[in-house]
Ligand binder design. Sequence first.
Ligand SMILES: *Cc1c(COP(=O)(O)O)cnc(C)c1O
Length: 552
Amino acid sequence: MPAAYLDLVTALRQGFPQPVSDRVHDAYFVFSFLRALDQLDGMKSVSPLLGKSVELDYDAARRSRVDDDPVTLEHVTQTLVEHLSGMFIWGHPRAQINVIPPPTIASIIGGLLPSIYNPNLVSEESSRQVAVAEVEVSSMTADLIGYDPTHSAGLFTFGGTGTLLYGVKLGLEKACPGTARHGIRERAVIFCSERAHYACLSVASWLGIGQENVIQIPCSPDNEMRTCLLETMAREVLKGGGKIAAIVATMGTTDHFGLDDLKSIHEIRDRLVDEFHLDYHPHIHGDAVIGWAWSVFNDYDFQTNPLGFRLRTVRALAGTERRIRQLPLADSVGIDFHKTGFTPYVSSLFLVKDSTDLELISRKQSDTPYLFHDGHYHPGRYTLETSRAGSAPMSALANLRLFGKNGLRALLGHVVSMAEVLREQLEGHAATTVVNRGNFGPVTLFRVYPDGVDTFGVTEREQQDVSYRDQLRLHNDYNRRIYQLVQADALQGEGVVISLTDCYRESDYGEPMVALKSYLLSPFAEEQYIDAVIESLWKARAQIASETTNIA
Ligand SMILES: *Cc1c(COP(=O)(O)O)cnc(C)c1O
């Protein structure tokens, strides 16, 4: 009579991919996955949701406990599939929600293969050619944005926030040498624009720089840093004896697709180095997690326009490229393939222009005795993480190969032309105003107004006129209500899911301004769904008008 545990082990062995080729078992593995996909497919409909949106029950979740005994694989996958019920389908043409792309099949497989064979990017011994993939993607992407791949280096990390952490960490070590060993002993600041991602604050907090030492430079109406103010404020810090850990140039802000003027920032940095005889170059980090993808247009011939984009789109793409082309001026750059590169989460690449910068954060050989015996590629010497999955570089590699430059150009060109159609329509109506005007990206921020509001003058009044505060608040509420109605319409499969940002900017007198947001990233977007957004807005306006008589 064998021990009971051996029966369990024998049964559980069926739950692992077989170590030695077993075609019958392979079929079971693939079929199990197929069944899960089939169940998910059954949850698709005209609405941009998988299945139904169910009330989230965290109380039940908290009561969850581990069972005594194993259950079958089929039972587990059924449970997992249920957890996807109510998810948005980001790639649905009726979804214009956020900077969340639908992943390609190639990138899904790129992520799946490492999750079967489990390479660990801590060293090449444990990841072999998957480590090579990380180097491959780093070089391909470096070349794409205009770095010299023979001097640059790259590594994948835990999100755009991680890329920013690496950038600022390098900068901190440059500005205050020895910080990694001794801790911070002097004031160091981070400059970024007021539209920069809150990741700047997280990084300041986690690195011990302190959130109060993040200096947010006011933006122009185009949502780009006012570089003259950067110069003034940087001078003040330097005069006071402070150090500059990093200047973060946001190349594609999250909500508005604002693009900082990296060239001016670079000139200011160099000017300050001379003027103050600094013994370090304040590190410039390009937070291009969203904007990087537009670098495929760096060598696109906008004149002959071989892909045949319409003129308005050509103008928009060129308008973005004009800033993205400056990326090589940054000392390091953050890139999210999981934003504008159509991969699954998390696939974030940190690129540094000069690979020797990584020595600033390298562990001594003696601190990592067990892991790195031989071989040549030892990312574990300088990465914050120890274990790193291979899925991030593999899914990025998948898409770079799948798309080529023209594929990515076509996809971005398509979503931008759809966004241009939307902007054109919104600008053409008296009741709607685009508030990230002069913007050329896939995101459109706009406000809707009730009848009787003069939309030609209203945004300026809302922005500047403090006596208009109550009106601004009413209009904020109005837009929130429009959002709710549009959302309800979309879930019926009639309208389009868009989103709402509670504060796309503050008014001059400190009041948050709400905006509706359309983020177009689906390759399945079509003009008819742009029309559907507009129609849904009119329906919502009419409904509010019938509910209230006198909101404006
Ligand atoms: C999304 C975003 C981040 C954070 O990136 P994650 O990948 O979500 O960690 C940082 N900066 C900008 C501009 C972003 O849009």
